[in-house]
Design a protein around this ligand. Structure first.
Ligand code: BG6
Length: 480
């Protein structure tokens, strides 16, 4: 659709950016914090670990001052469960609570709305050791207990919550290394069952937590954060359009239908039934799921997915995710009898192998808005790239400006399409450590002076994109 007269971004639009605790705070064993599973996972020699990261724990005031200078209206960050209940046993760490009180107050003092993620990949390692983390139903109560502490301590000031960042991993678990062998998840009924049980446990936990929050703070927004790669058919063959539906159902509707509609998606359910891998549902689970639904959606968008029909006799193939900081290839895979991935010849890739597709963001927003009819905020979107600090302290990142400009333009078009988009918080506010591609893969508006192993002075520098985003926010998205 093209419009003759474009509607502007609404007043009060939440312009900002995002981070997550384990990727930017550092101080990973300070002030009573325990370590999360991600912080203890071995990293390749050529990649930074998560001990210091960007030292945001100590420098949050300076960082928030820079966010204010950019004009941020919102800052999306995550709370580390390991700081609040370090031993996972219910005993609250006062220093952890104090830290996030300070961060929240600092945001508010600077006119920045805090958007808080309760869990961003960082389960306390002690719970992983005690009962296998998200593999065990025991986590449901422990997670609810931790979230209840957060609602009690911060809920008077935090009115925007997201529960479990990118918990929609079932599709990727079928393709990747979570179960050891790359394709084990696709072909092995036990692995499928284990994967869907994790999904179910996360969904029950999320609904429970949504219920607790809505009971305590009826004025709050709370919902899931998903990553979504909307599907395109690889050809006009009608069967390939079926693969698009499969893609969207397995990647995202499986989760969002439960979180927003209180029920499982019929297509995914039939697949699980057919493969003898239905989740272990306990009495009361579906009641919890049906009773407590999200009242907003938060979306992480990085790429689309070009897909085609897959036959049962087509051999399963995993995705090629880099294990050592190199480029990924997320386009060539096959989930036997479900969906097959293809490279999209119309798209270019980032230096790290991710296909770049701004229009895909409009597609994603439209599909989610029309299906769930909820307010949506973008909590991640951005370009991981190699940046260079010049001798004069400048960082020229026109590629990032170009990327964000194109994606923001698509957000505006989505608003014109009737999407209730209320904010844009790309990844990331400051440089931080990538989940699997180290410090060299930078996303921030603010450069952090360190490399993989040399911490240098961790000084902050404003990139060209910093000044550009400042103007975008100042003009409420009119000047891109
Ligand atoms: C999202 C995550 O998947 O993508 C972030 O929520 C992550 O934690 C971001 O950093 C970018 O991915 P990566 O692998 O480049 O760090």
């Amino acid at each position: 659709m093209e419009y003759k007269k474009l509607i502007s971004f609404p007043e009060g639009f939440l312009w900002g950016a995002s981070t997550s605790a384990f990727q930017c705070e550092g101080a990973y064993d300070e002030d009573g914090k325990s370590k999360c599973e991600r912080e203890l996972r071995p990293v390749p020699d050529n990649i930074a670990d998560f001990s210091t990261t960007s030292d945001h724990y100590h420098r949050y005031k300076e960082d928030i001052a820079l966010m204010k200078e950019m004009g941020f209206k919102a800052y999306r960050f995550s709370i580390a469960w390991t700081r609040i209940i370090p031993n996972g046993d219910g005993i609250v760490n006062a220093l952890g609570v104090k830290h996030y009180n300070d961060v929240i107050d600092e945001c508010l003092k600077n006119g920045i709305t805090p958007i808080v993620t309760l869990h961003h990949f960082d389960i306390p390692n002690c719970l992983e050791e005690r009962y296998g983390g998200w593999r065990s139903r025991e986590v449901i109560n422990d997670f609810a207990e931790y979230c209840t502490v957060c609602f009690k301590e911060f809920g008077d000031r935090v009115k925007h919550w997201t529960v479990n960042n990118e918990y929609n991993s079932f599709f990727f678990d079928m393709l990747n290394s979570s179960f050891g062998d790359k394709t084990a998840g696709i072909d092995d009924q036990n692995a499928l069952k284990a994967g869907i049980n994790i999904a179910h446990i996360k969904l029950v936990a999320e609904s429970k937590v949504i219920g607790i929050c809505q009971e305590m703070w009826p004025d709050a927004l709370i919902g899931p954060t998903v990553h979504y790669e909307p599907g395109y058919a690889n050809s006009s063959r009608p069967e390939d359009q079926l693969a698009v539906d499969n893609n969207d159902a397995f990647r995202v509707y499986l989760y969002l239908d439960v979180a927003c509609k209180g029920k499982y998606h019929p297509l995914v359910w039939r697949f699980l039934e057919d493969r003898d891998a239905l989740p272990d549902i306990q009495p009361g689970d579906m009641e919890i799921i049906a009773a407590h639904n999200a009242n907003w959606l938060t979306l992480n968008y990085y790429m689309s997915a070009t897909v085609g029909y897959s036959r049962l006799e087509d051999e399963s193939v995993g995705m090629a995710i880099s294990q050592n900081g190199g480029a990924d290839d997320m386009t060539s895979y096959n989930i036997q009898g479900v969906v097959k991935g293809y490279a999209n010849p119309h798209l270019v890739r980032s230096e790290f192998g991710w296909e770049i597709d701004a229009v895909g963001l409009r597609n994603a927003l439209r599909r989610l808005a029309y299906r769930y009819d909820l307010p949506i905020i973008i909590t991640e979107n951005g370009l991981g790239a190699y940046d260079k600090l010049e001798e004069d302290g400048s960082i020229h990142d026109p590629y990032r400006i170009e990327y964000l400009k194109n994606h923001i333009a698509q957000c505006r078009l989505a608003i014109n399409d009737g999407v209730n988009l209320i904010g844009f918080c790309p990844w990331s506010a400051i440089d931080l450590i990538s989940t699997h591609q180290g410090m060299a893969k930078r996303y921030g508006f603010i450069y952090v002076n360190r490399d993989e192993h040399d911490l240098k002075d961790l000084k902050r520098y404003r990139k060209d994109s910093f000044y550009w985003y400042q103007k975008v926010i100042e003009s409420n998205g009119e000047i891109l």
